[in-house]
Design a protein around this ligand. Sequence first.
Ligand SMILES: Nc1ncnc2c1ncn2[C@@H]1O[C@H](COP(=O)(O)OP(=O)(O)OP(=O)(O)O)[C@@H](O)[C@H]1O
Ligand SMILES: [Mg+2]
Length: 360
Amino acid sequence: MGLNLPSFVKRSSSALLGIDLSASSVKVVELVPGQKASMRLQRYAIEPIERGAVTDGNIERPEQVAEALGRAMRRMSTRTRDVAMAMPSSAVITKRIALPAGLPEEDYELQVESEASQYIPFAIEEVNLDFQILGPSAADPDEVEVLLAASRKEKVEDRVAVAEMCGLRPVVVDIDSYASRMAVDHVSAFLPNAGQGQIIAVFDIGQMVTGVSIVLNGQTIFEREQSFGGQQLTQDLMRLYGLSPEEAEVKKKTGELPENYQSDVLQPFIEQGVADVARALQFFFTSTPYARVDRIYLIGGACVVPGLCESIAERTQVATEILSPFQGMEIADSIRERQLRLDAPALVTACGLALRRFDA
Ligand SMILES: Nc1ncnc2c1ncn2[C@@H]1O[C@H](COP(=O)(O)OP(=O)(O)OP(=O)(O)O)[C@@H](O)[C@H]1O
Ligand SMILES: [Mg+2]
């Protein structure tokens, strides 16, 4: 394969799994061509990862991550071995540069390499470099705009190693924010006028952090990270009810908790989440020329906490919905709809990776 990664350019038209190694869990998604719709969610799995095995997207303890991925793969029971994985955005340097139009492919490679050395704080031998020609430059018709991406080899190799421990073959390494954007774009394409002209705010409420990105006409116009996530709720449950992390994780999903849970734990958590969302929007309005948001999409595992979505809608007065990346797709009979509704927002990155199979 020649691991010249991360790769926006490589495509895989054959069977492919999207694999997201995140702080809380390993997520695997397999999309296949559908019969009535163009795609079908064939199977997925979410398996918990031990705490600290992945932090800030870094693989700290590869064996534990591989063990969780192995469990997920057994649950998947698929024959597919080619996988798409994602690097955390923090581990990848991206840069848009202008190069002369109409060069042979090899010349772009050389030019990208020499340009890259200006932006990368490591020796060029230590990085995986990749690029994508975005199209003609707006400023100069004799130039093309090129996106270059560089990542430390060891970071890429950490992921490849985990996949290989499970007998999998990484054929695409993407960037996590690009992958989740791909899934969000797939959904916003169903909006009236394909979402053109709409300012869409995406809140990814995960385990430790909430990622905010605001998009207009396919361009990211605002990005920010806030420290709010589902781990906070887990910790409150552990502290107040003397639960182990595993017990707290289960009970927060089943809601089988003492009566004061709603008022003493859940409500304050929701209030904090709502205040965080409102603050991010306020910051967006004061730091950009924009004065409105037309739609809020909630993604990430913790966004399904009962009442959070409604409270955000009420406070912000913006149409708010929990996003399923599988909108418009067929769903395999073996998948339980109720469970999928809870899991879908956590599967956005994995789904975006699985979508790479369908790149034109
Ligand atoms: N049904 C549910 N009800 C309540 N919370 C849930 C549910 N499903 C998942 N969560 C919570 O979502 C969080 C994990 O979300 P997600 O998988 O998006 O995070 P992550 O990507 O691993 O972490 P991060 O984005 O912070 O790196 C956990 O705190 C988990 O308890
Ligand atoms: Mg996440």
